[in-house]
Design a protein. Structure first.
Length: 301
């Protein structure tokens, strides 16, 4: 009987040891979790974190991706499921906090995101990675060059003979939708059609559309040779990309904080557009694309 209890105790001890080892990296560090939404730029952002942390520390990072939207990331943070994520400053305007004051100023938007999300979820919202992914107005580069159009204001001279393609949501959006756009810039297009994004880009390719509302890192901007016009009246709210991390991880592992800080201002909007183009249009492996980018920046060997 004593032998039976001894064997049972030994097995339980081994199970406890195994369970503890399951949270350790191969090098003896911790295993963290990074969350990403469905968009390719967010996936690249957390892969940069993973590659750098694993290159420069004994820790590892597991990625949970294709979450439907940011609310699922914040819910995971509340449940202590995630240690890192890639998010955007303009998210602060999506009805999380009553006291937020709407602004299209990048610094004000970032400050509010860092303050309110930081306090609510006990996280550090890092300074931006260097690129933005917000609404923009885009036209064929050839049209822009032939008519010397650089800004959204300058487009107004031709808008009454131009057809606009946009997603359905923008037609009805508050704050930064089409109605407010007309009030800010003082003109409207000949026609504004809501549609799926793929149809929107096909429409401008075959000449059925003259203008589209694009996200600033859409790979189709490169694929169809489109020019993003300068939002000279700062109409669209900024969605600057940042990494966030839980304060509990950063306090216990300050070396991780140093690694993530090194990603501030590392990738421009043009560079991110190119990275997404390689993944989404050329079909390259997202891990290899991200790794090559960091190698070219001399951030990993």
């Amino acid at each position: 009987m004593k032998l039976k209890y001894l064997l049972v105790g030994s097995i339980l001890l081994l199970l406890l040891i195994s369970a503890g080892c399951g949270n350790k990296s191969a090098a003896g560090g911790e295993v963290f979790t990074a969350a990403s939404a469905k968009n390719t730029d967010s996936k690249i952002n957390v892969r940069m974190v993973k590659l750098l942390v694993e290159d420069q520390t004994d820790h590892e990072v597991e990625i949970t991706e294709d979450l439907p939207a940011s609310p699922q990331i914040f819910a995971g943070l509340e449940r202590d499921e995630f240690d890192f994520a890639g998010l955007f400053s303009g998210e602060v305007y999506n009805n999380y906090f009553d006291e937020v004051e709407y602004s299209t100023d990048p610094e004000e938007t970032l400050e509010q995101a860092q303050t309110y999300f930081g306090e609510e979820y006990d996280i550090k919202w890092y300074d931006p990675l260097g690129f933005v992914n917000n609404y923009s107005i885009a036209i064929p580069k050839e049209v822009a060059e032939d008519n010397n159009i650089e800004t959204v204001s300058e487009l107004g001279e031709y808008a009454d003979v131009m057809d606009l393609g946009t997603d359905n949501a923008w037609i009805e959006r508050d704050n930064d939708g089409y109605q407010e756009f007309q009030e800010t810039y003082g003109y409207k297009f000949k026609d504004a059609r809501g549609m799926d994004a793929s149809l929107m880009y096909k429409g401008i390719e075959n000449g059925d559309l003259d203008v589209v509302t694009a996200y600033t890192v859409d790979p189709q901007l490169k694929e169809y040779d489109l020019k993003v016009l300068e939002d000279d009246k700062q109409f669209f709210p900024p969605y600057e990309a940042s990494i966030i991390a839980t304060n509990s991880v950063l306090e216990e592992y300050p070396e991780v904080d140093e690694v993530v800080e090194s990603l501030v201002n590392v990738v421009s909007t043009e560079e991110m557009t190119d990275l997404i183009y390689q993944v989404d249009i050329e079909g390259k492996n997202i891990n290899e694309v991200t790794k090559q980018f960091l190698e070219e920046k001399d951030m990993i060997d």
